[in-house]
Write a protein that binds this ligand. Structure first.
Ligand code: IPM
Ligand code: MG
Length: 371
């Protein structure tokens, strides 16, 4: 009897539906090759959820995601729902899912595919050996702290956001970072602003305490401004980088420049809950909904396809299928297939490349897996 995995699909907005369709076709191809199947549950969430139900994510959507073995998400948001005075916003879906499902750890691996070195604005010699994992705390900090609101005061309008971390929240994410470092190059860089923020000083103390249990892993503390500079000057110096929610958000977009395009990068958001096959989690590309190119079949599906590989690895226990997808992505890039965002700036270098759309890129990867 073949295993049937239950995966919740959230295509979302903008290019989300196109990149998710690409990743689904690749997952189906992997299932055919490795002998498993999927039961998909598609949910209308994000801006699409606001249009359909007046809310970005309904409690029953969170529940359906909880019941699934894993969740694959495209992107949410777009200018149609951007009114700063609106009380419902597409991004609220992300927070409902991350917070509601306890997905406290966001893993964002940054690697450079050798064929894309020319697509990065960084000098090629800086990209040699880049293999970094950003571990971003995802369910606390400024994103979740209360109060968070605008007020009317005697001095006019004012607004407040709250940066709050408990030691338990810090300990669990930092512990995961150390554990992950053990299967990598055994170095953790903990990023904060300890010269200014009380929360950052607590992060440092708790990280040092956790480090006592991981004497075989090297620990470095680094201020976030310095980390931002070092990511551009010497990216290969990082192994595991662990940090709070907002710093992780900012640094991971910066790190995406290293990979040549934001469209390349996958992410996994995981919690502590185990399913029958692995850890329950949500997988999504780190890029946004890119409304300017939505519906044109030009979006890069590789970030979502590589997120699907992480889904197989982390939530479904299918390491061989995950590796096959990653190898197929490498092969497609080797063979010269490129979506628009991956073309090198210099047209002289473009001659041997095949410009393809979203669907064609997914088909090329799926065909390679089916072999
Ligand atoms: C991300 C995104 C989200 C975040 C936005 C869309 C709210 O930038 O996943 O990195 O800030 O977490
Ligand atoms: Mg972001």
């Amino acid at each position: 009897m073949t295993t049937t995995f239950r995966v919740a699909l959230i295509p979302g907005d903008g290019v989300g539906p196109e990149v998710v369709a690409g990743a689904v076709s690749v997952l189906e191809a992997a299932g055919r090759r490795f002998g498993f199947g999927f039961e998909w549950t598609e949910l209308v969430v994000g801006g699409a959820g606001i249009d359909a139900y007046g809310i970005a994510c309904r409690p029953e959507d969170v529940e359906a995601c909880r019941q699934a073995d894993a969740i694959l998400l495209g992107a949410v948001g777009g200018p149609r729902w951007d009114n700063p005075d609106a009380t419902v916003r597409p991004e609220q879906a992300l927070f409902a899912l991350r917070g509601g499902l306890g997905l406290y750890a966001n893993l964002r691996p940054i690697t450079v595919h050798r064929q894309l070195i020319g697509a990065s604005p960084l000098k090629p010699e800086l990209l040699e050996g880049v293999d970094c994992l950003i571990v971003r705390e995802l369910t606390s900090g400024l994103y979740f702290g209360k109060p968070s609101e605008q007020r009317t005061t005697d001095e006019g309008r004012a607004a407040i956001d709250t940066l709050w971390y408990t030691e338990a929240e810090i300990r669990r994410i930092v512990t995961l970072a150390f554990e992950l470092a053990r299967s990598r190059r055994r170095k953790v860089t903990q990023v904060d602003k300890a010269n200014v923020l009380a929360t950052s000083r607590l992060w440092r103390k708790v990280t040092d305490e956790v480090h006592a249990d991981f004497p075989d892993v090297e620990l470095e503390h680094r201020l976030v401004d310095s980390a931002a500079m070092t990511l551009a000057r010497w990216p290969s110096g990082f192994d595991v980088l662990v940090t709070e929610n907002l710093f992780g958000d900012i640094l991971s977009d910066e790190a995406a420049v290293i990979a040549g395009s934001l469209g390349m990068l996958p992410s996994a958001s995981i919690g502590t809950r185990e399913t029958g096959y692995g850890r329950h989690g949500l997988y999504e590309p780190i890029h946004g909904s890119a409304p300017d190119i939505a519906g044109q079949d030009v979006a890069n599906p590789l970030g979502t396809i590589l997120s699907a590989a992480m889904l197989l690895r982390w939530s479904l226990g299918c390491e061989d299928a995950a590796v096959a997808i990653e190898a197929a992505v490498d092969e497609a890039l080797d063979a010269g297939y490129r979506t628009r965002d991956l073309l090198p700036g210099d047209s002289g270098d473009q001659a041997a490349l095949a410009l393809v759309g979203t669907k064609e890129m997914a088909r090329v990867i799926g065909d390679r897996i089916a072999i």
